[in-house]
Ligand binder design. Structure first.
Ligand code: CA
Length: 360
């Protein structure tokens, strides 16, 4: 007999009065709901893996101990890129990753992680929570029996680490760079050679010259990998990942089995974790940048305007190509693009104008 049926079968009076029932209730309370969260991150990886840990901790605490979510690193139960299918099949109740990893299955998923020259973190959250994005994301994952949530954001990333200067688009030609996803496709159209490498192989590949350049995340994670010991120049801005959203997707059947308050706790905990990761990245990138430029004398460089203009034009083409692939991608692209256009007009006179004014 499940818990709700059990309580339903009891009269309200007997719940209060029956001493044997108090015992039964206590015994029930001791039986925690145990969930598994499988992730695409190395276990405890700073920022991303620890973000998943924080989310689990929040759910455990907010549920008053009624739920116990245990986090598994990539490869502990299934390999990183198999978590989507595993949660869909119910092998685990939750997965923590980034939606662009599932592009082989669902093209439209890429809009919910990072789009080159797309939305920054603040704008992504605005589109998702108040601009129709969440509804589209739910529609995108619904056929897989998954409920998506935003569960973290890195903020604007860095363009990456280079051993030669990028002074014009000609310098991108033949450049062998670790840059995954849509950014990689853009680099390819600019004449470069994008390479996909897991995080753990980046440092050695750059150090030995197997690749000419790499992007990873930002100062916080890049410093942890020691990338400053393998490249001379640290370029900005991260045009390819302007505010990457991390996700937590939940097996819909498992979620619906929870009492209403626990369902709400799980979803609200994701929302808290989403905001908290951005705050953490902002604070730690700030600290790590001081270490990189102060202690390690890293040379910061801005990508030239004309290079960025070329990359933006190519990005628009790449994104338009996704929209042409299927009707759902077109629908998401149209919502995303309309939101971007309008929020740019607002942010030109708010965030941008303020940041410029602060420097005067
Ligand atoms: Ca990145």
């Amino acid at each position: 007999m499940d818990r709700r049926k059990f309580f339903k079968s009891l009269g309200a009076g007997s719940l209060v009065a029956g001493s044997s029932l108090v015992g039964a209730n206590t015994a029930f309370a001791a039986r925690k709901i145990k969930w598994k969260m499988i992730t695409t991150w190395p276990k405890n990886f700073p920022g991303l893996g620890t973000g998943a840990n924080n989310l689990a901790k929040l759910i455990n605490e907010m549920s008053g101990g009624r739920m116990k979510v245990k986090v598994y690193g990539a490869g502990e139960i299934v390999p990183a890129f198999e978590i989507f299918d595993a949660v869909s099949r119910g092998m685990a109740e939750m997965g923590h990753g980034a939606a662009y990893y599932w592009k082989g299955k669902i093209e439209a998923a890429q809009f919910f992680a990072a789009v080159p020259f797309g939305l920054n973190a603040q704008e992504m959250n605005a589109w998702l929570y108040h601009g129709g994005g969440m509804e589209l994301w739910a529609e995108t994952y619904q056929p897989f029996g998954l409920v998506p949530t935003a569960a973290g954001n890195t903020g604007v990333q860095m363009a990456g680490w280079f051993n030669k200067e990028i002074n014009s688009t000609a310098d991108l030609k033949g450049l062998k760079m670790r840059i995954p996803g849509l950014g990689g496709e853009v680099l390819k159209r600019a004449g470069g050679t994008p390479v996909s490498l897991p995080g753990g192989e980046i440092f050695t590949s750059l150090k030995t010259g197997a690749i000419d350049a790499t992007e990873w995340v930002g100062p916080y994670n890049d410093l942890a990998f020691g990338l400053h010991k393998a490249a001379k120049y640290y370029y900005y801005p991260g045009w390819h990942e302007p505010g990457t959203t991390l996700e937590c997707f939940i097996n819909e059947k498992a979620l619906k089995k929870l009492p209403d308050d626990l369902q709400s706790i799980v979803l609200q905990a994701c929302r808290i974790a989403n905001q908290d990761m951005l705050a953490e990245y902002t604070a730690r990138n700030n600290q790590a940048l001081q270490t990189l430029t102060g202690k390690h004398k890293v040379q910061l460089k801005a990508l030239p305007d004309d290079v960025l203009t070329t990359l933006r034009t190519l990005s628009d083409e790449v994104i338009a190509d996704i929209a042409a692939k299927d009707t759902l991608s077109k629908k998401v692209f149209e919502s995303f693009s309309a939101f971007r256009k309008n929020v740019m007009a607002w942010h030109d006179i708010s965030e941008r104008a303020y940041l410029n004014a602060r420097k005067l």
